[in-house]
Design a protein around this ligand. Structure first.
Ligand code: PEP
Ligand code: MG
Length: 550
């Protein structure tokens, strides 16, 4: 048995035969030609054929994996019309009097090397796209088919790398999983894999792509990022047991997936997911979340030893928005401070950090940090349904100041001609002060999301980090429940919606109570979505209300 570690793109366990996919390496020879115009005519015909193929792939992807993911093939069509790319091909053909295949291969190599050397992650990833379109053109010029991973039995596909066009062509019924030696978790291929919901690993170190692997039994543990080749009986047995357990859970998922979160008497609930990282998106999709109710953006800051740049943040927010394909994605602005400390923020030591300079207080006192994040968020909003949420609010004046800063950021972007969207803006209700002025806050914003973790801490005056006080930390305390009810009522009076994104939202003993209060949204960890959906669809809210409120 051999074991390889990779980066997980999508969880789950796959067991089956391994099929090593080798790209049909196109041997391009350099030929002298007599007539450059005739050669460029061949090039134009090949380009038209490539565009036709890409349109077909776009339609297939649109049907199978949605608009946002199909967009890659539109992008490839646009790249084929790129003036610089076409200009380079024409120049090589005319100046060197050589065949179009050679000119395309040279241009493809030059452009992809240029992209690969760029600093920006997004541009670096475009190197694979340039290679992909060049190979497609060469195949069209030589009348071959652009490679795809053909297997006859359900297999684990092992490859050096897979281009997005190759991934989408995988026959989902025959692909149990894929494992690649290269590839980043942010690439379009990884986005596609997540949407296809198959266990997948990228960046798998030391992965051999030869007969020592091809045709052997393999296990992909997508959850833990491990690939077993030729597993021993013990591992096989343990993994089969894990797979059965997963399958049982999937049984529950299967019956509830695609169902609306609506009670027996017709009350609807939005069931969203909480994430802290882009890697969590896989389970969000797997569990059929209606959106993302809380993306804790501070984790982007915590993972670095310096401030993340606007561009780094933009790429992350854009990827989340695109992957969620039009579903609402609520991104909370950074909530650094208290238990989430970042050395490079160089914060002064505080006696009571939970009551100190944290979250929005840092943003309002250090607007340059805040503005960088807002620029990234407004820009990413042009690519999906992003909503921005501000944490630790205590007053109307804070919200007004935030809105002024947000307007300044939009004005700057407008002046610079930078594309941006118009996201919804909401606040977290997680301080007793915010609860008490929720009637005044509601007209200022688009939504409320109740942070019960902090609301419990500040209402009961109990440090949520202090494990000795666990027995006193009671989020079921009537004070907390009454506050939730009050916030929902004030939200509805102002015509906005109110949800819960703290851990209490996932407390299944309270789901009926939240419905009775009129809570519009619960944002929970992805694994809690379907069990809560089950409660929702089995509840009659009116009946519950009359039993509990008489
Ligand atoms: C909360 O306070 O309930 C919340 C969701 O935010 P965090 O747990 O990140 O403070
Ligand atoms: Mg909080």
């Amino acid at each position: 048995m051999r074991i390889y570690d990779g980066k997980s793109v999508f969880g789950g366990i796959a067991i089956g035969r391994i099929h090593v996919y080798k790209k049909g390496e196109q041997q391009v020879s350099r030929r002298r030609i007599e007539d450059a115009d005739v050669e460029l005519c061949r090039y134009e015909e090949a380009k038209a054929e490539a565009i036709r193929q890409l349109a077909e792939l776009h339609d297939k992807a649109l049907r199978e994996i949605g608009e946002a993911n199909a967009a890659i093939f539109e992008m490839h069509q646009i790249m084929l019309d790129d003036e610089d790319y076409n200009g380079s091909v024409e120049n090589i053909v005319r100046s060197q009097m050589v065949n179009a295949e050679y000119a395309v291969a040279t241009t493809g190599d030059n452009f992809s090397q240029m992209f690969a050397a760029m600093e920006d992650d997004y541009m670096r990833e475009r190197a694979a796209d340039v290679k992909d379109i060049s190979e497609r053109l060469i195949a069209a010029l030589s009348g071959q088919e652009h490679g795809h991973a053909a297997t006859e039995e359900p297999s684990i596909i092992v490859a050096d790398d897979l281009a997005p066009s190759e991934t989408v062509q995988l026959d989902k019924n025959l692909v149990l999983s894929f494992v690649t030696a290269q590839g980043s978790t942010n690439s379009h291929t990884a986005i596609l894999a997540r949407t296809m919901a198959i266990p997948a690993l990228v960046s798998t170190s030391g992965l051999p792509l030869d007969d020592t692997v091809d045709g052997k039994m393999g296990i992909v543990d997508g959850t833990n990022g491990v690939f077993y080749v030729d597993p021993d009986e013990e591992t096989l047995g343990a993994m089969r047991a894990n797979q059965r357990e997963e399958a049982e859970k999937q049984g529950l998922l299967l019956t509830l997936k695609g169902k609306e979160n609506v009670t027996l008497d017709g009350q609807k609930l939005m069931l969203y997911a909480n994430i802290g990282n882009i890697k969590d998106l896989a389970t969000v999709l797997q569990n059929d979340a209606g959106g993302i109710g809380l993306f804790r953006s501070e984790f982007i800051y915590l993972e670095k030893d310096r401030f993340p740049t606007e561009e780094e943040q933009f790429q992350i927010y854009k990827q989340v928005a695109e992957t969620m394909a039009g579903k609402r994605v609520i991104i909370r602005t950074l909530d650094i401070g208290a238990d989430k400390q970042c050395d490079y923020f160089e914060m002064e030591k505080e006696e009571n950090p939970a009551l100190g300079c944290r979250a929005i207080r840092i943003c309002l006192t250090r607007p340059e940090i805040f503005k960088t994040q807002l620029r990234a968020l407004f820009r990413a909003s042009a690519f999906g349904k992003i909503a921005i949420m501000y944490p630790m609010i205590t007053s109307v004046s804070e919200v007004r100041r935030i809105k002024e800063i947000a307007e300044e950021v939009k004005e700057e972007l407008r002046e610079q001609g930078v594309l941006f969207g118009e996201p919804e803006q909401g606040v977290m209700i997680e301080t007793p002060a915010a609860v008490m002025v929720s009637d005044m806050l509601a007209p200022e914003v688009d939504f409320f999301s109740i942070g019960t973790n902090d609301l419990t801490q500040y209402t009961l005056a109990i440090d949520r980090q202090n494990t000795k006080l666990d027995d006193f930390y009671d989020p079921h305390h009537p004070a907390v429940l009454r506050m939730i009810s009050m916030v929902v009522e004030n939200a509805h009076k102002a015509g906005i919606w109110a949800g819960i994104c703290g851990e209490l939202g996932a407390d299944q003993t309270l789901t009926r109570e939240f419905l009775a209060m009129g809570v519009d949204e619960l944002s929970v960890s992805p694994g809690s979505i379907l069990p809560i959906r089950k409660i929702v669809i089995e509840t009659n809210v009116e009946e519950y209300r009359s039993k509990t409120r008489s």
